[in-house]
Design a protein around this ligand. Structure first.
Ligand code: 13P
Length: 257
Protein backbone atom coordinates (compact mmCIF):
# COMPACT_ATOMS: atom_id res chain seq x y z
CA UNK A 1 0.00 0.00 0.00
CA UNK A 2 1.40 3.41 -0.94
CA UNK A 3 1.93 5.65 2.05
CA UNK A 4 0.14 9.00 1.88
CA UNK A 5 2.65 11.72 2.76
CA UNK A 6 1.78 13.90 5.74
CA UNK A 7 2.94 17.48 6.24
CA UNK A 8 2.32 18.95 9.68
CA UNK A 9 2.88 22.54 10.81
CA UNK A 10 3.90 22.64 14.47
CA UNK A 11 3.34 26.26 15.42
CA UNK A 12 4.81 25.76 18.89
CA UNK A 13 4.02 28.70 21.21
CA UNK A 14 3.14 31.14 18.42
CA UNK A 15 -0.16 32.76 17.38
CA UNK A 16 -3.08 33.67 19.63
CA UNK A 17 -6.44 32.54 18.29
CA UNK A 18 -6.88 35.63 16.10
CA UNK A 19 -3.44 35.33 14.50
CA UNK A 20 -4.11 31.60 14.07
CA UNK A 21 -7.31 32.26 12.12
CA UNK A 22 -5.44 34.68 9.86
CA UNK A 23 -2.65 32.21 9.26
CA UNK A 24 -5.00 29.39 8.27
CA UNK A 25 -6.95 31.72 5.98
CA UNK A 26 -3.74 32.88 4.30
CA UNK A 27 -2.64 29.29 3.91
CA UNK A 28 -5.93 28.10 2.46
CA UNK A 29 -5.89 30.88 -0.20
CA UNK A 30 -2.54 29.59 -1.36
CA UNK A 31 -3.47 25.91 -1.62
CA UNK A 32 -5.65 24.26 -4.21
CA UNK A 33 -7.47 20.92 -4.08
CA UNK A 34 -4.63 19.05 -5.79
CA UNK A 35 -2.33 19.92 -2.90
CA UNK A 36 -4.64 18.22 -0.45
CA UNK A 37 -4.87 15.17 -2.74
CA UNK A 38 -1.11 14.66 -2.78
CA UNK A 39 -0.46 14.91 0.95
CA UNK A 40 -2.40 15.02 4.15
CA UNK A 41 -1.98 18.57 5.46
CA UNK A 42 -2.26 19.33 9.17
CA UNK A 43 -1.79 22.40 11.38
CA UNK A 44 -1.02 22.13 15.08
CA UNK A 45 -1.75 25.49 16.77
CA UNK A 46 -1.48 26.13 20.51
CA UNK A 47 -4.35 24.86 22.69
CA UNK A 48 -5.99 28.29 22.91
CA UNK A 49 -6.48 28.41 19.13
CA UNK A 50 -7.80 24.87 18.62
CA UNK A 51 -11.46 25.81 18.97
CA UNK A 52 -11.16 28.75 16.55
CA UNK A 53 -9.33 26.71 13.96
CA UNK A 54 -11.74 23.80 14.32
CA UNK A 55 -14.64 26.20 13.62
CA UNK A 56 -12.82 27.67 10.61
CA UNK A 57 -12.00 24.25 9.16
CA UNK A 58 -15.59 23.09 9.62
CA UNK A 59 -17.24 26.36 8.55
CA UNK A 60 -15.18 26.73 5.38
CA UNK A 61 -15.04 22.99 4.75
CA UNK A 62 -11.25 23.04 4.53
CA UNK A 63 -9.58 19.67 3.90
CA UNK A 64 -7.05 20.53 6.57
CA UNK A 65 -6.41 18.31 9.58
CA UNK A 66 -6.26 19.69 13.11
CA UNK A 67 -3.40 18.74 15.38
CA UNK A 68 -2.54 19.42 19.03
CA UNK A 69 0.99 19.83 20.34
CA UNK A 70 0.61 17.95 23.61
CA UNK A 71 -1.87 16.15 25.85
CA UNK A 72 -2.08 14.65 29.33
CA UNK A 73 -2.86 10.94 29.56
CA UNK A 74 -5.67 11.00 32.15
CA UNK A 75 -9.28 11.51 31.00
CA UNK A 76 -10.20 13.98 33.73
CA UNK A 77 -9.40 14.88 37.31
CA UNK A 78 -7.41 17.19 39.56
CA UNK A 79 -4.54 17.91 37.16
CA UNK A 80 -4.34 21.70 37.18
CA UNK A 81 -3.24 23.12 33.87
CA UNK A 82 -3.47 19.89 31.89
CA UNK A 83 -5.64 19.09 28.85
CA UNK A 84 -7.16 15.64 28.42
CA UNK A 85 -7.41 13.51 25.29
CA UNK A 86 -11.21 13.58 25.55
CA UNK A 87 -11.13 17.39 25.44
CA UNK A 88 -9.04 17.31 22.27
CA UNK A 89 -11.22 14.66 20.65
CA UNK A 90 -14.28 16.83 21.35
CA UNK A 91 -12.65 19.56 19.22
CA UNK A 92 -12.15 17.12 16.33
CA UNK A 93 -8.42 17.03 16.83
CA UNK A 94 -7.08 14.32 14.54
CA UNK A 95 -3.37 14.27 15.45
CA UNK A 96 -1.51 14.84 18.71
CA UNK A 97 2.24 15.45 18.83
CA UNK A 98 3.68 13.30 21.62
CA UNK A 99 7.18 13.55 23.06
CA UNK A 100 8.46 16.53 21.12
CA UNK A 101 12.12 17.09 22.05
CA UNK A 102 11.25 20.50 23.52
CA UNK A 103 8.88 18.79 25.94
CA UNK A 104 11.43 16.13 26.76
CA UNK A 105 14.23 18.68 27.32
CA UNK A 106 12.32 21.53 29.00
CA UNK A 107 9.41 19.82 30.73
CA UNK A 108 11.06 16.59 31.79
CA UNK A 109 8.96 14.15 29.75
CA UNK A 110 10.54 10.72 29.69
CA UNK A 111 9.90 7.74 27.44
CA UNK A 112 7.37 6.30 29.88
CA UNK A 113 5.35 9.55 29.94
CA UNK A 114 5.44 9.67 26.15
CA UNK A 115 4.17 6.08 25.96
CA UNK A 116 1.25 6.97 28.24
CA UNK A 117 0.37 9.88 26.00
CA UNK A 118 0.54 7.78 22.83
CA UNK A 119 -1.75 5.14 24.34
CA UNK A 120 -4.20 7.78 25.60
CA UNK A 121 -4.38 9.43 22.18
CA UNK A 122 -5.07 6.11 20.47
CA UNK A 123 -7.68 5.20 23.09
CA UNK A 124 -9.57 8.36 22.12
CA UNK A 125 -9.46 7.57 18.40
CA UNK A 126 -6.91 10.21 17.54
CA UNK A 127 -3.52 9.68 15.94
CA UNK A 128 -0.26 10.21 17.80
CA UNK A 129 2.76 11.74 16.09
CA UNK A 130 5.51 10.18 18.17
CA UNK A 131 8.65 12.33 18.07
CA UNK A 132 12.07 10.74 18.40
CA UNK A 133 15.55 12.06 17.80
CA UNK A 134 19.04 12.30 19.24
CA UNK A 135 21.02 15.30 20.48
CA UNK A 136 24.25 16.37 18.80
CA UNK A 137 26.24 14.95 21.73
CA UNK A 138 24.52 11.60 21.36
CA UNK A 139 25.11 11.58 17.60
CA UNK A 140 28.77 12.43 17.98
CA UNK A 141 29.14 9.68 20.59
CA UNK A 142 27.70 7.17 18.13
CA UNK A 143 24.57 6.68 20.26
CA UNK A 144 21.95 8.02 17.86
CA UNK A 145 20.48 4.65 16.88
CA UNK A 146 20.28 3.38 20.46
CA UNK A 147 18.62 6.59 21.66
CA UNK A 148 16.02 6.49 18.90
CA UNK A 149 15.28 2.80 19.46
CA UNK A 150 14.80 3.42 23.21
CA UNK A 151 12.44 6.30 22.44
CA UNK A 152 10.51 4.08 20.04
CA UNK A 153 10.26 1.26 22.57
CA UNK A 154 9.00 3.59 25.30
CA UNK A 155 6.65 5.50 23.05
CA UNK A 156 5.12 2.39 21.50
CA UNK A 157 4.88 0.31 24.67
CA UNK A 158 1.49 -1.35 24.84
CA UNK A 159 0.48 -0.19 21.36
CA UNK A 160 -1.24 -3.09 19.62
CA UNK A 161 -0.45 -4.12 16.04
CA UNK A 162 -4.00 -3.17 15.01
CA UNK A 163 -3.39 0.40 16.25
CA UNK A 164 -0.16 0.94 14.36
CA UNK A 165 -1.94 2.19 11.25
CA UNK A 166 -2.87 5.29 13.27
CA UNK A 167 0.66 6.00 14.47
CA UNK A 168 2.98 8.47 12.76
CA UNK A 169 6.63 8.68 13.79
CA UNK A 170 8.54 11.94 13.44
CA UNK A 171 12.32 11.72 13.35
CA UNK A 172 13.54 15.07 14.60
CA UNK A 173 17.26 15.21 15.36
CA UNK A 174 17.51 17.77 18.17
CA UNK A 175 20.54 19.44 16.58
CA UNK A 176 18.50 20.28 13.48
CA UNK A 177 15.54 21.93 15.27
CA UNK A 178 15.40 25.69 14.92
CA UNK A 179 19.08 25.79 14.01
CA UNK A 180 18.85 26.11 10.25
CA UNK A 181 20.97 22.98 10.14
CA UNK A 182 18.98 20.29 8.33
CA UNK A 183 20.01 16.65 8.37
CA UNK A 184 21.40 15.61 5.00
CA UNK A 185 18.71 13.77 3.06
CA UNK A 186 20.75 10.57 3.22
CA UNK A 187 21.10 10.86 7.03
CA UNK A 188 17.37 11.54 7.41
CA UNK A 189 16.60 8.62 5.12
CA UNK A 190 18.96 6.31 6.98
CA UNK A 191 17.39 7.02 10.39
CA UNK A 192 13.85 6.88 9.04
CA UNK A 193 14.81 3.49 7.56
CA UNK A 194 16.17 2.34 10.93
CA UNK A 195 12.90 3.41 12.56
CA UNK A 196 10.91 1.46 9.97
CA UNK A 197 13.18 -1.55 10.41
CA UNK A 198 12.75 -1.50 14.18
CA UNK A 199 8.97 -1.30 13.86
CA UNK A 200 9.23 -4.24 11.47
CA UNK A 201 11.15 -6.23 14.10
CA UNK A 202 8.72 -5.39 16.90
CA UNK A 203 5.55 -5.79 14.82
CA UNK A 204 5.82 -7.12 11.28
CA UNK A 205 6.95 -6.20 7.79
CA UNK A 206 3.48 -5.18 6.60
CA UNK A 207 3.04 -2.76 9.52
CA UNK A 208 6.51 -1.34 8.91
CA UNK A 209 5.75 -0.98 5.21
CA UNK A 210 2.62 1.04 5.93
CA UNK A 211 4.16 3.16 8.71
CA UNK A 212 4.49 6.86 7.97
CA UNK A 213 7.78 8.34 9.14
CA UNK A 214 8.23 12.10 8.95
CA UNK A 215 11.40 14.11 9.12
CA UNK A 216 11.54 17.34 11.15
CA UNK A 217 14.25 19.91 11.76
CA UNK A 218 14.73 23.12 9.77
CA UNK A 219 12.49 21.96 6.91
CA UNK A 220 12.23 24.83 4.40
CA UNK A 221 11.00 25.34 0.83
CA UNK A 222 14.61 24.91 -0.32
CA UNK A 223 15.10 21.43 1.16
CA UNK A 224 11.65 19.82 1.22
CA UNK A 225 11.89 18.27 -2.25
CA UNK A 226 15.17 16.48 -1.57
CA UNK A 227 13.84 15.20 1.76
CA UNK A 228 10.61 13.94 0.19
CA UNK A 229 12.67 12.16 -2.46
CA UNK A 230 14.02 9.81 0.22
CA UNK A 231 12.54 6.33 0.17
CA UNK A 232 11.83 6.25 3.92
CA UNK A 233 10.67 9.85 4.43
CA UNK A 234 6.89 10.16 4.19
CA UNK A 235 6.42 13.75 5.21
CA UNK A 236 7.63 16.60 7.34
CA UNK A 237 7.02 18.09 10.77
CA UNK A 238 7.65 21.77 10.17
CA UNK A 239 8.31 24.35 12.88
CA UNK A 240 9.45 27.88 11.98
CA UNK A 241 8.57 27.70 8.28
CA UNK A 242 4.97 26.70 9.08
CA UNK A 243 4.38 30.21 10.50
CA UNK A 244 4.94 31.81 7.10
CA UNK A 245 1.99 31.09 4.80
CA UNK A 246 4.10 31.40 1.64
CA UNK A 247 6.78 29.06 2.93
CA UNK A 248 4.37 26.53 4.37
CA UNK A 249 2.24 26.51 1.21
CA UNK A 250 5.39 25.92 -0.85
CA UNK A 251 6.37 23.06 1.45
CA UNK A 252 2.87 21.59 1.10
CA UNK A 253 3.32 21.76 -2.69
CA UNK A 254 6.63 19.89 -2.57
CA UNK A 255 5.47 17.63 -5.40
CA UNK A 256 5.41 20.58 -7.77
CA UNK A 257 8.92 21.83 -6.97
P1 13P B 1 12.02 23.92 12.94
O1 13P B 1 11.37 23.57 11.62
O2 13P B 1 11.76 25.34 13.37
O3 13P B 1 13.46 23.54 12.95
O4 13P B 1 11.30 23.03 14.06
C1 13P B 1 11.18 21.66 13.85
C2 13P B 1 10.27 21.09 14.88
O5 13P B 1 10.62 21.03 16.05
C3 13P B 1 8.94 20.66 14.46
O6 13P B 1 8.30 19.96 15.46
Amino acid sequence: MARTPIIVGNWKMHCDHLAAIQLVQQLSYRLDPKDYDTSELVVAPPFTALRSIQTLIQGDDLPLGLGAQNVFWESEGAFTGEVSPAMLAALHVAYVICGHSERRAMFGEDNQDVGRKVRAVLAHNMRPILCVGETLEQREAGQANDVVVRQLNGGLEGVQAAQMGDVVIAYEPVWAIGTGRTALPQDADEMCGIIRGHVGDVYDAAIAGDLRVQYGGSVKPANIASLMDCAHVDGALVGGASLDPDDFATICRWHRL
